[in-house]
Design a protein. Structure first.
Length: 189
């Protein structure tokens, strides 16, 4: 049986990854999104088991000790991790998977899966525009936004280290570029 493909989307917070992920889900309904575990608090409307598995730091640490995660990272002062069992089970059944993870996670994916992981970096037009988008989204406090901007500046240094880089300036252009890349990845043997 054909093994499922692995597509990893990585972008500084506020770049438009969630917006682009909704588009990808509509265009490629068979692509399944991995549900990560996190220690951050749910935002309004987020549900346990749908957006994330929201766990305490104690439980997360027990899962690390039990070697449950294919990768985990501390991002913006919270822990996030990807379940090994979920990913290996799905790809062995031929299911194509998409991941929304940070640059540390993308690096771990490359180490673990090498060429099998297709990593797409989404780039904002500028750090100023990134700040504007985070302010406009209005989901985070100014301290959290400042921390995310500081991390974004570091993450942007890595933009050319992955398989693809897509600029999210005009949304329609970014959507089209992503659609072309994903179609190509899914059609490769
Ligand atoms: P992320 O998931 O990367 O943190 P979001 O998808 O939540 O980012 O986008 C952050 C904000 O920027 C949202 O308010 C979203 O509507 C807006 N946004 C996303 N893409 C664009 C774009 N190409 N042009 C202008 N605004 C955008
Ligand atoms: P948010 O708190 O905005 O949902 O996510 C913050 C950051 O954590 C984003 O960059 C997101 O991609 C990343 N992230 C989400 N899940 C995982 C995961 O399982 N592993 C890693 N390494 N990063 C993750």
């Amino acid at each position: 049986m054909r093994e499922g493909k692995i597509i990893v989307i990585v972008a500084p917070s506020g770049t438009g990854k969630s917006t682009l992920m909704s588009f990808i889900h509509k265009k490629f309904p068979s692509l399944k999104e991995s549900i990560s575990t996190t220690t951050r608090s749910p935002r309004d409307g987020e549900k346990h088991g749908t957006h994330y598995f929201f766990e305490s730091v104690d439980i997360f640490k027990k899962q690390i000790e039990a070697d449950d995660f294919l990768e985990w990272a501390e991002v913006h002062s919270n822990f996030y991790g990807t379940s090994k069992q979920f990913v290996e089970g799905e790809i062995s059944q031929g299911h194509d998977l998409i991941f929304d993870i940070d640059v540390q996670g993308a690096d771990s994916f490359k180490k673990y899966f090498d060429k099998k992981a297709n990593v797409i970096f989404i780039e904002p037009p500028s750090v100023d525009i990134l700040r504007e988008r985070l302010l406009k989204r209005a989901t985070d406090s100014s301290d959290v936004i400042n921390e995310r901007i500081k991390n974004a500046e570091q993450e942007l240094l890595r933009k050319n280290d992955y398989d693809y880089c897509v600029m999210n300036d005009q949304l329609e252009d970014a959507q089209q570029n992503l659609q072309n890349i994903i179609s190509e990845v899914l059609s490769n043997d």
